[in-house]
Design a protein around this ligand. Sequence first.
Ligand SMILES: [Zn+2]
Length: 294
Amino acid sequence: MGGDSSTFAGDIKVEVDAAIDGLNQRLREVNRKIWENPELGEHEFMAHETLCSFFEEQGYAVTRSAYGRPTAFEVLSGSGGRLVNFNAEYDCLPGIGHACGHNLIATSSVAAFLGLSMSLKKLGVPGRVQLLGTPDEEGSGAKIKLLDAGAYKGVDASLMGHPIAGDITGSGSDNSINDGVAGIRMIARQYLSAEYRGKNAHAGGNPWKGINALDSAVSAYNNISLLRQQMEPDDRIHNVLLESEKTVNVIPAYAKAAYQARSPRLASLKVLTARVVNCIKAAALATGTEVEIT
Ligand SMILES: [Zn+2]
């Protein structure tokens, strides 16, 4: 390109597209490596290494283990102007790998970061881009810890894409496909875990001496099932049993369950969460177990 045409955004878009297309093979390799080696939250050491090395290979300075989190990282580019942040997630789900595609989140954020970073450079306009590697989305939601540690300080816009099945965002038909859906409304979510503690006893010999922790978890599950009919239409509650004792002829003294409440707004989530807590406490009261909710 010669003369003034090099300043045309359209020409620059063609150039940036070509540069990202040129990295297609490498990006696919990075994506594949994360997909094939799923790592749980805060243990994404291989993904951390793969992504950091990729950026170094592309000539960017990388802060590994950024903001005091071993598997977080940060890449910054540009100067002056406003700051746009992209988030890269790369943790998996227990037992089912990258079932919701965090490998794709990482790869798309990396490509978006590269695209914007190259565009700013070529256009010669002020502006900064940040790629934040954000561990443990599925568990503790480590972005909150990163936020508290100042990782998002000065950020003007924070962006991320998440793959999702077409029939979840569709019009109700099972085979509806919504390519290019953007800006769907996300809802507030509260995670709770409850540990129920009772007392072992022989289930055949003297079961009346036991305090059944598994009964508490089952009772809480049933309480929540009763609650569902009286919830707001957009509210959701999920509940799974995480741990229970394995000996069938012993009254279980320990059980652990996980709960997740979702609601469109924080205020309504607060109300819903309080009702879930009541379901758990009522179960503990009915069975005489101690319960610790965290
Ligand atoms: Zn996800």
